[in-house]
Design a protein around this ligand. Structure first.
Ligand SMILES: CC(C)[C@H](C(=O)O)[C@@H](O)C(=O)O
Ligand code: SF4
Length: 482
């Protein structure tokens, strides 16, 4: 078993006891809740007449069902209004802060926690949402949990969990122009498969990871779960501390920053830490990755041919054939030139300010292709306001994009933002499952945000390196705090 890793150290620091069934009971430092997965857990608690143990360590937001256009109440969709009301009532009763749209701080749960400065190194963070691993970007242990676990955390402020093995995923070298954290994680999943991480937590390390800004680290950790890992994290460093320092939590509590910093330093994996597995990828060799299929592992470099199903592992061949039929691609072709109908720049993977900046650089002075419907859905109200203040909203709107209010939107289509019929979407989100974007015949091609911007402009999957000669510098800071 691993030893001396951040995972081991933070786990031990939070262990309350080992339970008779062998699981460890961990103290939970931050519990994030949203409208889809929390109502049932609150009902279970209410049925037993129990109270929320740590409302002070719980934070709510609304993201999945919230409309991204007209947000006047009641919401046009009754189911959405009902979920929102349940969340409001539960938060109010328990005394939990709720980042609703009137606060100016609303957004996707995995965008707002870090923005608020509540996602911190060495914390245990849970949320009833599979992409909770995002918060691992800060060196937190962050896990997605199910409804009965949400209930348990609400009731006790702790959670029972099995300890996993740790795989170090080392990405060496320097990423090329237009190659981003999204491409790195799509490449990792392509190589190891969507179940390659089962039983593991991933520690991302190496020069290419250390060079990523916090937005990039969040994109990377966000998709750990798509690779089957229980969680993913990056050891905290100066980049992490710089982000934290500018958040409201720490500008309001500067002493806290000085008090916590030694702890943050102390939890970093030791130089001689032992891992259960190590894999190394040469980051310098990567190019932008896009998916050709219906799982995130079915990806390919933008200039590479789509594989023949028979070239894949035997148990993956049938699924690959079905996927190629659904998407309508042939092995041997590249994805370049594949026509798109919709461009979606959004989701907790890629809707932070640096993502929007990168995409804006591609879009500036150009126009969305006449056959394409293009949307920017910022990850949070803060991201949106910061982007607007920098003039980025104008760049997109002038180019023919719709600029929407924050939420999950077309990432999973629980609101009105949906594909129609067999539309193809160039999407900066994290899942390309059949039906994911609201239409069972709809087709999703996952890619990084500037590639989405490129597809919006040309009307087809495009190697964005051919569109922009710029380097990849967009500023390392979020620019969305305080
Ligand atoms: C609705 C929620 C339970 C779900 C998740 O857990 O991931 C959603 O966020 C998703 O991305 O599919
Ligand atoms: S943006 Fe997508 S992946 Fe992220 S929480 Fe919302 S639905 Fe889930």
């Amino acid at each position: 078993m691993s030893e001396g890793t951040l995972y081991d150290t933070v786990w031990d620091a939070h262990r309350v006891t080992t339970l008779p069934n062998g699981q460890d009971q961990l103290f939970v430092g931050l519990h994030l809740i949203h409208e889809v997965t929390s109502p049932q857990a609150f009902s279970m608690l209410n049925e037993r007449g129990m109270e929320v143990a740590r409302p002070d360590l719980t934070l709510g937001t609304v993201d999945h069902i919230v409309p991204t256009d007209d947000r006047s109440r009641p919401y046009a969709d009754d189911a959405a209004e009902e979920m929102m009301q349940a969340l409001e009532a539960n938060a109010e009763d328990a005394g939990i802060d709720l980042l609703d749209p009137t606060t100016g701080n609303q957004g996707i749960v995995h965008v707002v926690g870090p923005e608020q400065g509540l996602t911190q190194p060495g914390k245990t963070i849970v949320c009833g949402d599979s992409h909770t691993a995002t918060h691992g970007a800060f060196g937190a242990l962050a896990f997605g949990i199910g409804t009965s676990q949400i209930r348990d955390v609400l009731a006790t402020g702790t959670i029972a969990m099995d300890k996993k093995a740790v795989r170090k995923v080392e990405v060496t070298g320097e990423l090329g122009v237009a190659v981003t954290a999204k491409d790195v994680i799509l490449e990792i999943i392509r190589r190891l498969g969507t179940d390659g991480g089962v039983g593991y937590v991933y520690e991302y390390a190496g020069e290419a990871i250390e060079a990523l800004d916090m937005a990039g680290r969040m994109s990377l950790c966000n998709m750990s779960i798509e690779g089957g890992a229980r969680a993913g994290y990056v050891n905290p460093d100066e980049t992490t501390y710089e982000w934290l320092k500018t958040t409201e939590y720490f500008t309001e509590n500067p002493d806290e920053f000085d008090r916590l910093r030694p702890y943050w330093e102390s939890i970093r994996s030791n130089a001689d830490a032992e891992y259960d597995d190590v894999i190394t990828i040469d980051g310098g060799e990567l190019e932008p990755v896009v998916t050709w299929g219906t799982t995130p592992e079915q990806g390919v470099g933008i200039t590479e041919p789509i594989p023949k199903p028979t070239a894949l592992q035997e148990d993956k061949q049938a699924r690959a054939r079905d996927a190629q039929t659904h998407i309508g691609v042939e092995p041997g072709e590249t994805m370049e030139g594949y026509a798109v109908d919709v461009a979606f720049l959004g989701s907790c993977t890629n809707a932070r300010l640096p993502d929007i900046r990168r995409a804006a650089r591609v879009v500036e002075g150009k126009h969305v292709h006449e056959d394409v419907r293009a949307l920017v859905v910022p990850g949070s109200q803060r991201v949106s306001a910061a982007a607007e203040a920098e003039g980025l909203r104008d760049v997109f709107v002038n180019a023919g994009f719709e600029w929407r209010e924050p939420g999950c939107s077309m990432c999973l289509a629980m609101n009105d933002d949906q594909l129609v019929g067999d539309e193809v979407c160039a999407s900066s989100s994290n899942r390309n499952f059949v039906g994911r974007q609201g239409s069972s015949s709809g087709r999703t091609v996952l890619m990084n945000p500037s590639m989405v911007a490129g597809a919006a402009i040309t009307g087809e999957v495009t190697d964005v390196r051919d569109l922009s000669t710029d380097d990849d510098t967009v500023g390392s800071q979020p620019g969305v705090s305080a």
